[in-house]
Ligand binder design. Structure first.
Ligand SMILES: Cc1cc2nc3c(=O)[nH]c(=O)nc-3n(C[C@H](O)[C@H](O)[C@H](O)COP(=O)(O)OP(=O)(O)OC[C@H]3O[C@@H](n4cnc5c(N)ncnc54)[C@H](O)[C@@H]3O)c2cc1C
Length: 264
């Protein structure tokens, strides 16, 4: 790891000004991705601006059927929250199945979404549940937030402050895990929402995406058997030592069927 200057601001305004004064600064949340990248010398920020001391970025609230989660809330806190378990049990379950205990106790929802790993779980959750990502500058609909491989709509100095999830009528997330990291080889989130069925897939391609063919089939007939007739294109599937394109495409259907069944 190369040397860097460390800042621990107490407010979002102080955090943006600390980043603005740095040559090549980065925000630090749980450090589960950023610190590992720095240790491998794949990233060498001049400054780290730690968001952990900003009270406004923490906490979970529920109002009018919407769950709002502060950006520095850890995966373990989301999983253990009675509010999340009550309003969106599938979201609490998703958080409780991220990585291992250490990752869940340090990693944050804001860090996960800003990082936008192609195999991360929360990107699927925001797409399937039609969430809104709030930053220090604006509100971004989930469909506009995910842009590509590790790419989001966030500007260089923009801070995610919270994420709001409207509670669905029912929902379920099914993940086929890479057994060492527990990242998704393929994960599928199915939600019955006020706008109809929404389906999001992670791990399969360069970034999490909606599944329009699955959504069309499930809007017509919400049953696992409806998934059988859906053709999942293999062209853009990820291929690595863990799984090929056809295998991943098949997993999308298998996980979608399991999620539909779990929705009840
Ligand atoms: C062994 C291991 C297993 C894992 N398994 C899984 C898994 O199964 N599923 C899964 O989804 N994830 C998994 N992860 C990822 C983990 O869940 C973390 O959420 C993720 O690494 C990033 O969150 P963080 O809070 O640690 O962010 P950091 O590492 O601190 O930051 C990541 C990036 O986000 C930026 N950032 C952080 N917070 C904000 C913010 N509020 N606003 C703007 N930018 C911000 C940082 O500048 C940095 O670029 C795993 C990680 C490890 C190490």
């Amino acid at each position: 790891m190369y040397g860097f200057d460390y800042h621990r601001p107490g407010s979002v305004a102080d955090a943006t000004s600390a980043l603005g004064g740095a040559d090549d600064g980065k925000y630090l949340a749980g450090g589960q991705t950023l610190l590992a990248t720095m240790k491998q010398r794949l990233a060498a920020p001049s400054d780290l601006v730690d968001l952990g001391g900003i009270a406004d970025l923490k906490g979970i609230s529920v109002s009018g059927g919407t769950v709002t989660i502060g950006a520095t809330t850890t995966h373990a806190e989301v999983a253990a929250s009675a509010d999340v378990q009550g309003a969106i049990p599938s979201l609490a379950a998703l958080a409780g199945d991220i990585g291992d205990r250490q990752v869940r106790n340090a990693g944050t929802i804001g860090g996960s979404l800003a990082n936008n790993d192609p195999a991360a779980d929360y990107p699927a959750a925001i797409l399937a549940l039609g969430a809104t990502v709030t930053t220090n500058k604006r509100e971004i609909a989930a469909d506009d937030f995910i842009k590509g491989l590790f790419e989001t709509a966030l500007e260089e100095d923009e801070i995610i402050t919270s994420v709001s999830f409207p509670a669905p009528t029912s929902g379920a997330y099914m993940k086929f895990k890479q057994p060492a990291s527990r990242f998704a080889l393929v994960g599928v989130y199915v939600a019955k929402t006020a706008d109809g069925v929404r389906v999001a897939v992670t791990g399969a391609t360069s970034h999490a995406h909606r599944g329009p063919r699955l959504e069309a089939a499930l809007n017509e007939n919400f049953s696992a058997s409806a998934v059988d007739g859906v053709e999942i294109p293999v062209d853009h599937m990820n291929v690595d030592i863990h799984a090929g394109a056809e295998y991943r495409a098949n997993l999308v259907k298998v996980m979608a069927k399991r999620a539909v069944e779990a929705c009840g």
